[in-house]
Design a protein around this ligand. Sequence first.
Ligand code: UDP
Length: 253
Amino acid sequence: MIEAPVRRILGVRVHDVTMGEALRIVEAFLAGGQSHQICTVNPEFVMRAQRDPAFFQTLENADLNVPDGVGLLWAGRVLGQPLRERVPGVELMEALAARAAERGWRIFLLGAAAGVADRAAAVLQARYPGLVVAGTFAGSPRPEDAPAILERLRRARPDLLFVAYGAPQQDLWIARYQPELGIPVAMGVGGAFDFIAGMVPRAPRWMREAGLEWLYRLIRQPWRWRRMLALPQFVLAVLAARYGGGGTGAGAG
Ligand code: UDP
């Protein structure tokens, strides 16, 4: 079992893992039997966790928090909390689907708009022959819908559950129901089903490499501007932690 180093970005727990290490860790989770939760931490998560104790606690308790987003790598450098590699949630999900096809792990896709999980599952099955899809369901994060969703999941008995309700709902949902579900690995994946199903294109590679994925998303989905205010707030908070003299800048000096 790989012990991934824990870093703190504005107090929020993030594991310093590469994609390869994340895959080996998930493999160990699946061999281990108990249930595990994976979160994909980006600057929006970190800002949300500052003012949402339940979400902060969910990130404290998760078994693996991958660094999703270049903003986190930048913050890690500024704060002396080095993170080696970006592990985007959608890419980890794809890599896990590929591994699932090889190993015979059963996957379940929960969330997104009606029909999207189904389309994403079909795309993955075409890409990774032999992939076993235990089920797909849009569902909703509303508590009144949980009993029916839990019943479906119990019947489907997946090894890997991907939940696309957006953060923090998806991660809170997993934390709340994972104990009774006992699914070996459950991961919140945000807009990943939309990307995989081709509903929303991902930014071109050069923009991703230049750290401009946020700009691409803002241009394509301008209604996101309000939540994207978390990005400049994140930058300011990181700089304040490092240079503000408040003593919270881990590794300062
Ligand atoms: N979503 C959902 N039910 C909800 C809220 C959101 O199924 O009540 C889905 C939405 O359709 C989308 C995903 O959750 O597929 C969240 O996508 P978004 O791009 O907001 O997530 P991010 O990647 O930014 O966390």
